[in-house]
Structure formats: structure tokens, C-alpha cells
Ligand binder design. Structure first.
Ligand SMILES: [Zn+2]
Length: 278
């Protein structure tokens, strides 16, 4: 049984002492992992990690929308158990730098990129930041089309704007709306445009997403951890998340859809392989 964690951050500092070990454990179970960058430094590190292994570890490169603003943002997990202040450099899109990185054979998607209207803080010029996020997203979409790769989209509180952008600025290889937290109706709009819906530990925290899981076909779902964040249940709260725990996400989908874990693993892995061309 193969599982694919389509969105992990083993390239982040949470694994600076044992990242390779964490990934090796995944490969021992035939699992594949896509490590996702949130700015240039972590994008580069994702690519470096991928090259340490012959196969099975891949990378996505991009700028997470919250990193476009210099300062910090406060990451609060959905259960409000932990709060972390993450410093941001205010990095701006650099075509040449990202084009070079994006062409790497281990890079299977451009991201995470997208819109995040949730993490604005008092004193922020929201209109300015929204426009900056939109303009940057469009630049990355052009880059994705230039290198012929799909996108890995992050979106919080901005699905309508994201849908509009994806409708006007088509991504040839489409991609994944990661950590999806909208309704099944919104999910279907992305599916109609050719996107897959990325589900993670959030769906294990309660019943809020049971309907979504029931309403959308397994053929449109990929699974992820978004580790080190969003540790799925029944893992103990506060445990550092890691790609192997994606099995818990798959199990929840199996339970809700009334199918076997193997079926979820097989279909979501196939979806991921098709999306990433791996
Ligand atoms: Zn992420």
C-alpha cells in the first residue's frame, strides 16, 4: 500500500536535526513525500532534500502569501492549542531565481502560492496586500506554465478571488488546492476547473468536513500532512506531525466513505502521481 504526502514541510526548521531520518522512514514504507517551500530559502532546501534521495522525495517551490509582507504572522492551529510567531522577510517574486529552481527535475509543482486574507493584522494596508498577493500569484501561474508544471495553492478566506484568478489565468497543468477548508460546493467549483482537493489533519478534528468528504469523489482528493503543523488524530495533541501520519487522514476518509484504507491509498496516490507526473 502506497501513500503519498502531497504537502509536507520536512524542509522546515522543525526537522533540522532529523529531516533526512524522517524522510528515510517514509521511503521504507514506499511512501512518497512532496516537501513544499514557503519562500526562497525553504524552497531551495526542499530541492536539496529531494536530491539526497534517488526517488520518492520531491519538491515544490514558491512564496507563501504571508511571506510577501515583512514582519511576522501568528500561526494558531485550528484547535487553538499552539501559537507560533513566524518571522517573514517580505520576499518579492524574482522571475530568474524561481525559474532556475522550478526547472529542477525534482520540482513537481509551483507553490505554495496563493491568497491568505486571514492573517492580516491591525495596521495592515489590506487592499495593498491583497493586490500584492494576487499579482504575485499571477506571476507564479505564468512561471508554472512556462515550466509546464502544476500549482500547489494555499488559500485562506479568499476562495472567491482565487476562483476568479484561476478562471482568467489558466494553469495548463492545474494542480492542488491544499489544506482545503471550504464547503463541498466551493470544492466542486475548483474540481470543475480541474483541480484536486488536498485534505489533511483538519478533517480528523471533528465532523465539520464529513459532508465534504462524502460529497466529493475520491478521484478528486489528494492527502497531505502539512507537517509539522496540523497533527491528525488520534495522535496525541502537540505531537510534532510527520509524513507517516498521513495514514490517519486516509483512514478518516475511508471511515466516512465506508471504503477500505487500501482503496483510499490507491486512488489518492494515483491522483497525486497524475497531478505531479511522477
Ligand atoms: Zn504548507
Amino acid at each position: 500500500m502506497q501513500l503519498i504526502d502531497t504537502h509536507a514541510h520536512v524542509n522546515f526548521n522543525a526537522y533540522k536535526n532529523d529531516g533526512e531520518e524522517v524522510l528515510r522512514r517514509c521511503l521504507e514504507t514506499e511512501m512518497f513525500v512532496v516537501n513544499v517551500g514557503s519562500q526562497f530559502s525553504t524552497s531551495q532546501r526542499a530541492v536539496e532534500y529531494a536530491h539526497k534521495f534517488e526517488n520518492g522525495i520531491f519538491a515544490a517551490v514558491g512564496i507563501h502569501p504571508v511571506h510577501l509582507k515583512k514582519g511576522k504572522f501568528t500561526h494558531v492551529d485550528p484547535e487553538e492549542l499552539t501559537e507560533e510567531e513566524i518571522p517573514t522577510t517580505g520576499e518579492q517574486f524574482d522571475q530568474q531565481k524561481y525559474l532556475e529552481l522550478a526547472r529542477d527535475e525534482k520540482v513537481v509543482a509551483i507553490g505554495e502560492i496563493g491568497l491568505d486574507y486571514h492573517h492580516f493584522e491591525e495596521g495592515d494596508d489590506e487592499e495593498f496586500l491583497k493586490n500584492l498577493q494576487k499579482e504575485t500569484l499571477i506571476k507564479f501561474i505564468k512561471l508554472a506554465n512556462e515550466v509546464g508544471k502544476p500549482v500547489m495553492l494555499h488559500c485562506w478566506d479568499g476562495y472567491d478571488d482565487l476562483l476568479e484568478i484561476l478562471t482568467i489565468h489558466k494553469v495548463n497543468k492545474t494542480g492542488i488546492v491544499h489544506s482545503f477548508i471550504g464547503s463541498y460546493k466551493t470544492a466542486n467549483k475548483f474540481i470543475e476547473l480541474g483541480y484536486k482537493i488536498g485534505l489533511n489533519g483538519i478533517i480528523t478534528y471533528g465532523e465539520s468536513y464529513d459532508r465534504l468528504i462524502r460529497e466529493i469523489a475520491l478521484e478528486n482528493i489528494v492527502i497531505e500532512t502539512d507537517c509539522p503543523y496540523l497533527t491528525p488524530r488520534p495522535m496525541e495533541k502537540g505531537t510534532r506531525n510527520e509524513p507517516l501520519f498521513v495514514k490517519n487522514v486516509a483512514q478518516k476518509i475511508a471511515d466516512i466513505k465506508g471504503i477500505s484504507l487500501e482503496q483510499v491509498a490507491e486512488t489518492t496516490s494515483q491522483n497525486a502521481r497524475l497531478s505531479f507526473g511522477i
